[in-house]
Design a protein around this ligand. Structure first.
Ligand SMILES: Nc1ncnc2c1ncn2[C@@H]1O[C@H](COP(=O)(O)OP(=O)(O)O)[C@@H](O)[C@H]1O
Ligand SMILES: [Mg+2]
Length: 242
């Protein structure tokens, strides 16, 4: 069974007399452990798709199943549980709480889930270590570089041990060197933990870190391609991007 199953999904925005077809009858599956990139011009429906995949929004038509369960059948509380427990979000603008330290930011989703302070602390420090930034645990976001803030945001997304990470242009606000290091980190985490990652990117280079590239245009999937990574198992490291 695929982790995600998108079936003939449409999302139409209605404002006054106007109807905007943000997603038109799209279908695809995502297996557990995949690292997928979504590309497309501005307005092609990328964020709308991410919102539906993250259960922040519901389809107008069609269906969306997570682990075989249709989100249409879930009540609001069940959706919130699914979001909080199985999905981690990473944003272009990091979205850290400015008044909280890196560690406290990482603890926020665990607070919502009612974990006791000691468990939160241990897990937050583990998550910060995993993204290579445990030495900044006490720093405020304003005391961190963009790349460091995105690492904290990634630690926060990982702190509840989700099945799926959704990242909407995670390197959109970062310079190219920092972007590369964030992508390398994402693919390491994907390989070591098996967490499924779906990222939106504007950048061809960033898309190469995933193993699959879905192109959106005007609310439709125009391409869904598997990207080949020559791996160390081939005995050659030439061209390896991760
Ligand atoms: N809340 C909304 N109300 C009305 N139209 C919207 C809303 N959100 C997005 N849209 C429209 O839906 C289309 C897809 O938007 P979006 O998913 O944000 O695209 P992308 O992320 O690829 O730039 C665009 O035409 C956009 O104007
Ligand atoms: Mg967008």
């Amino acid at each position: 069974m695929p982790l995600l199953d998108v079936r003939n999904l449409s999302r139409v925005y209605v404002s006054g007399q106007q109807r905007v077809f943000a997603l038109r009858n799209i279908s695809f599956e995502v297996d557990s452990g995949e690292f997928m990139s979504i590309m497309g011009p501005s307005g092609s429906g990328k964020s709308t798709l991410m919102n539906v995949l993250g259960c922040l929004d519901r389809p107008t038509d069609g269906d969306y199943l997570i682990n075989g369960r249709s989100v249409l059948e879930l009540r609001t509380g069940e959706l919130a549980d699914l979001r909080g427990g199985e999905i981690g979000f990473v944003f272009q603008t990091f979205n850290l709480i400015p008044s909280l330290s890196a560690q406290s930011n990482v603890e926020v989703p665990m607070m919502y889930r009612g974990h006791p302070a000691r468990v939160r602390r241990t897990r937050a420090l583990e998550a910060l270590e995993r993204v290579g930034i445990e030495h900044r645990a006490d720093h405020l976001p304003s005391q961190l570089s963009g790349g460091e803030q995105q690492r904290v945001a990634l630690a926060r997304a990982l702190s509840t041990d989700p099945a799926l990470i959704l990242a909407d242009e995670p390197t959109g606000n970062l310079d190219s060197e920092t972007s590369k290091s964030i992508m390398q980190l994402l693919s390491r985490i994907n390989e070591s933990t098996g967490v499924t990652i779906i990222q939106v990117t504007h950048d061809d280079d960033m898309a190469t870190y995933g193993e699959r590239l879905v192109s959106l245009y005007d609310g439709e999937i125009t391409e869904d391609e598997h990207l080949n990574h020559p791996t160390a198992a081939d005995g050659s490291s030439e061209g390896v991007t991760v």
